[in-house]
Design a protein around this ligand. Structure first.
Ligand code: ADP
Ligand code: ZN
Length: 525
């Protein structure tokens, strides 16, 4: 150490050592602490597990007054405060779980200057009474955690967060620190605008999580694929399995239990007590699997989650990154595993097509969905695709994703794509994948006959391939936007398909969806 013991840097390190027992800051933490402790504002973009908490906790101890932490995670406040108290930090929280008496106690401690850190739920902060109180208390800084919640573009908009502009208005001279683990350009701009942080330094850490292995596979029987994955690669490990609906959460958890896997369900339809029990068990036990909707996980800090599995498509790449980011916080090898299929893709496309949201919102949602599906269909390093979405460039393929480990062969699929697109067009752009597959394979079904589709030139042109191949190809065409999914799951060729149909463009697709017949018999779904 060259610095004299009295420099701000040294003081920060002293606090870090004395209170937390850590010897050094990680990455940009030191710069952030220096900025905020010196009275400046900042935006911090750091992946989950990167160490955001210390960025406001240390400056709160260094500056006179109390650090106010705005957080939507009411369920976790008590734990966070308990942990800090054990370290000797004078911490408290204000939220709806406190009794009237409890609130009074915290308020008088606040006014008496007896607190180092105070966690506040946004709706509580916005109460005139609280704002007035903060006007009279010595405040060291405002830390706005999960700051992406201010943005409607994010996946987690909270109306109260949208009103946090009151902070720069009423307390312009108190430093504000916005922290988030997910923020694309648009969300970032919203955070800066709402919280009055234009011009403030932005600290952006790499989002790469090298210890997480990314894998995406075609859905062929999701439950047994999941079981194979758990048994084969993560027996006895803690993990999270994400499903879209409460029903599939329940079913999957039950099914895993029946197979002798220790699993519990978690979704918003369970009682608070059941949810708490599941969460507590997950945090405290080893080898428990939580099958959950996205309701589970925000703020969960369990270092040794060995895998995160998606049985349904996440909402966006931000959501995917955040959910998979719950794996491997201890830095040890972990897996992000996902299966998805034609029906999933058709569903998400259809939901978007039928959304009643305003045009500009829909455009953003469509772009987010495109990014997600591009990731899913990627024939290049997944980590590169993922990181480039967050504005980061990974110069070399990562060597730790399914594409790098077993490069899929890519093949010219122009002819097959033309066949599939013609089948959609010639049947009137209104039939679903199952019927189109029947037409391509030349299956003489009742529906085919009733519609007269057995007389089309396209009937049976795809006999050289099997059903699974056609479904995989249709999935890719929907994912990549050559086919649109509309009402009743009907598929229609889009404008993007025209050059392909005219032979002005070629299409290269992953060979795994172009298996020639007879493919090994796995029940195609
Ligand atoms: P985030 O809020 O960004 O998800 P946390 O603040 O919860 O991350 O930190 C994640 C983990 O890393 C915590 O267990 C924390 O104690 C640890 N950690 C953070 N910074 C340091 C550091 N400088 N030295 C050692 N451990 C750290
Ligand atoms: Zn890779």
């Amino acid at each position: 150490m060259t610095a004299a013991p009295t420099t701000p840097q040294q003081q920060a390190l002293d606090v870090l050592k004395r209170v937390w027992g850590y010897d050094a800051f990680r990455g940009v933490q030191a710069d952030i602490v220096r900025t905020v402790a010196g009275g400046g504002n900042a935006l911090v973009l750091m992946p989950t597990g990167g160490g955001k908490s210390l960025c406001y906790q240390v400056p709160s101890l260094l500056r006179p007054g109390v650090g106010i932490v705005v957080s939507p995670l009411i369920a976790l406040m008590k734990d966070q405060v308990d942990t800090l108290r054990q370290l000797g930090v004078r911490a408290a929280f204000l939220n709806s779980t406190l009794s009237l008496e409890g609130v009074r106690e915290v308020e008088s401690a606040l006014l008496a200057g007896e607190l180092d850190l105070l966690y506040v739920a946004p709706e509580r902060l916005l109460l005139p009474r609280t704002l007035e109180l903060l006007g009279r208390a010595p405040v060291a800084l405002f830390a706005i955690d999960e700051a992406h919640c201010v943005s409607q573009w994010g996946h987690d908009f909270r109306p109260e967060y949208g009103q946090l502009g009151v902070l720069p208005e009423r307390f312009p001279h108190i430093p504000r620190l916005a922290l988030t683990a997910t923020a694309d350009e648009r969300t970032r701009a919203d955070i800066l605008r709402v919280l009055g942080l234009e011009g403030a330094p932005q600290f952006i850490s790499s989002f790469d999580r090298p210890n997480i292995q990314y894998r995406v596979a075609a859905k062929e029987g999701p439950k047994s694929q999941l079981l194979d994955f758990i048994r084969g690669e993560h027996p006895g490990d803690s993990g999270i399995v994400y499903c879209l609906s409460r029903k599939s959460v329940e079913e999957t958890a039950k099914w895993l239990q029946a197979q002798g896997v220790d699993a519990v369900p978690y979704h918003a339809g369970l009682s608070p007590r059941e949810r708490n029990t599941a969460q507590e068990r997950f945090l405290n036990e080893e080898g428990l699997i939580v099958v959950a909707t996205v309701a589970f996980g925000m703020g969960i800090d369990k270092p040794n989650v060995r895998f995160v599995a998606h049985l349904d498509l996440p909402k966006s790449l931000e959501g995917y990154y955040q959910e998979t980011g719950r794996a491997g916080r201890d830095g040890l090898p972990s897996t992000a595993w996902m299966v998805y299929g034609l029906a999933d893709v058709v569903n998400v496309r259809r939901m978007l097509a039928q959304s009643a949201a305003p045009e500009d919102v829909r455009r953003v949602e469509a772009a987010k969905l495109d990014a997600l599906l591009t990731y899913c269909e990627a024939a290049t390093c997944r980590r590169q695709v993922l990181l480039s979405y967050f504005g980061e460039t990974l110069p070399e393929p990562c060597g730790n994703c399914d594409v790098c480990l077993a490069p899929p062969r890519v093949r010219d699929a122009t002819r097959e794509a033309q066949m599939a697109l013609s089948a959609a067009i010639r049947t009137g752009n209104r039939f679903g994948a199952a019927h189109l597959t029947d037409v391509l394979l030349g299956r003489d079904t009742e529906k085919v006959r009733a519609m007269g589709h057995h007389q089309l030139p396209t009937f049976g042109v795809g006999r050289a391939h099997d059903e699974k191949t056609w479904r995989g190809l249709l999935r890719q065409l929907v994912s990549l936007g050559y086919l649109a999914a509309g009402e009743h799951h009907g598929l229609s060729a889009t404008a993007k398909a025209r050059p392909l149909l005219r032979g002005e463009e070629t299409l290269h697709l992953r060979e795994d969806t172009l298996a020639p017949r007879p493919a090994r018999d796995r029940s195609a779904r």
